[in-house]
Design a protein around this ligand. Structure first.
Ligand SMILES: NC(=O)c1ccc[n+]([C@@H]2O[C@H](COP(=O)([O-])OP(=O)(O)OC[C@H]3O[C@@H](n4cnc5c(N)ncnc54)[C@H](OP(=O)(O)O)[C@@H]3O)[C@@H](O)[C@H]2O)c1
Length: 407
């Protein structure tokens, strides 16, 4: 006699939900072959289809692919309180109500899996939770938003920000309202989840400082090339001064950094530890089928008993003011003494200059420099003072630089 099917309640049947349904159909034979039980969808809930209580009652596990905070939060909590394992792809929910969900999973001894919530098909959650569970992690850098990486890749090839955004919308990588992506908020939600996983400390989306790519100029990419740098929207979670710093901002990378070559809509995450030096995972960060494959991987992991309830939190202080090297772009009048005046102000704030490129253009000139490491607060003060000079023609732009190259 064959074993009982493994019943999956599916909440949401949109881009990812439909793709999950199709992929499950294709893979059910193979999963049954190595697992002994056949996964089947026993109920579907959308806005106008199904009833939550009925879907829950008949399910061994619930897959949540509705998105947003409510009713997804309530459904996941009710499912876990009823003793059901759950799988979700919902980064908004995990980055804002993660602790409540983790605590409920622990209290009811059920599994809460969320591989697809960060970096789509890239299996970074599982690698952090399982493969690297014995490795003390120092730092994670990630390109965790495909839309912005697509736009920056197009800008590096000569497009303006607007042209690149329109192209991203045309090919379906950017939504009609792209604000969550281009502001850095989507990446911040994913970094909050990664930071919780890597360091065990609860991080809410509101704890993550983020800047987007809306104010970048094609100029920045061009000058950066002269300095041997590429520009990416990078999320960072790292141990700093006994605490934890989590942030997202446009960042210049030297060509030898593993994230420097990630182009188009791909995602990638670099994990750094003294024990392993550096490990980088990359792949498609979104798309219905790609995301569905991560969701189905989570389902199979629960079926095979490979996943544990989440670990209890371990609070670390969040550090806001961290040091970094900076790229500084100044649009100045081309007259004698400008460079000396700028370097004097920077020096007074402990900002020391590593390299400078100067382009004279008649009345105007552009001064582009890379600094050594300096505390962000000092850099901001110095930039505000430089902006006061009458020879500075437009607001200065300061962008962080990652100096490691792993050559
Ligand atoms: N799309 C991607 O590439 C991608 C990548 C990574 C992660 N994700 C995550 O995956 C999740 C799903 O995304 P998606 O792109 O598939 O979304 P979607 O296409 O908008 O689909 C959402 C589904 O949820 C249903 N739904 C919405 N509100 C509901 C409610 N109040 N009650 C019951 N059902 C409701 C919708 O019902 P109707 O069919 O009736 O409208 C629809 O079937 C999100 O958390 C998203 O962040 C998506």
């Amino acid at each position: 006699m064959s074993a009982e099917p493994f019943a999956i309640g599916l909440l949401g049947h949109g881009t990812v939900g439909k793709a999950f349904d199709e992929l499950l159909e294709e893979r059910a034979d193979e999963i049954e072959r190595f697992n002994g039980r056949r996964p089947v969808i026993n109920g579907v809930l959308t806005r106008d289809r199904g009833r939550f209580d009925e879907v829950l009652a008949g399910a061994d596990l619930l897959v949540e692919l509705i998105g947003g905070l409510e009713p997804a939060r309530e459904y996941l909590l009710r499912a876990m309180r009823a003793g059901k394992d759950v799988v979700t792809a919902n980064k908004q929910l995990l980055s804002q109500h993660g602790e409540e969900l983790f605590e409920t999973a622990r209290a009811h001894n059920v599994r809460l899996r969320f591989e697809a919530a960060v970096a789509g098909a890239v299996p970074v959650v599982r690698v952090l939770e399982e493969s690297l569970s014995a490795t003390p992690i120092e730092r994670i850098h990630g390109i965790v938003n495909g839309t912005t990486n697509f736009i920056l890749t197009a800008m590096a090839r000569g497009s303006t920000y607007q042209e690149a955004l329109v192209e991203a919308q045309r090919v379906g990588y950017a939504e009609a309202d792209p604000s969550d992506d281009v502001s850095g908020r989507d990446a911040a939600a994913k970094m909050a989840i990664l930071a919780r996983l890597a360091f065990g400390s609860p991080v809410h989306l509101d704890d993550v400082r983020y800047e987007g790519i809306e104010h970048l100029h094609a100029d920045d990419l061009e000058y950066a090339r002269e300095l041997g740098l590429g520009l990416k929207l990078i999320g960072t979670a790292e141990r700093r001064q006994g605490g934890l710093s989590v942030r997202v901002h446009p960042t210049f990378l030297y060509g030898g950094h593993p994230l420097a070559t990630i182009s188009g809509a791909f995602n990638a995450v670099t994990v750094e530890s003294n024990a392993i030096t550096e490990l980088t995972l990359s792949g498609p960060g979104a798309g219905g089928r790609q995301t569905a494959s991560a969701v189905l991987g989570d389902v199979v992991s629960v079926m095979t008993g490979g996943a544990r309830p989440p670990a209890p939190p371990l609070a670390l202080d969040l550090i806001e003011d961290v040091d970094s090297a900076f790229y500084l772009h100044l649009d100045v009048a081309d007259r004698p003494g400008v460079l000396a005046a700028v370097t004097k102000v920077l020096g007074e704030r402990d900002v020391s200059i590593k390299s400078v490129v100067q382009h004279g253009m008649g009345e105007r000139a552009r001064l582009v420099m890379v600094t050594h490491q300096v505390l962000e607060s000092r850099m901001r003060t110095a930039v505000a003072e430089v902006a006061e000079f009458d020879f500075v023609r437009s607001p200065p732009r300061a962008i962080r630089v990652i100096e490691e190259e792993f050559l």
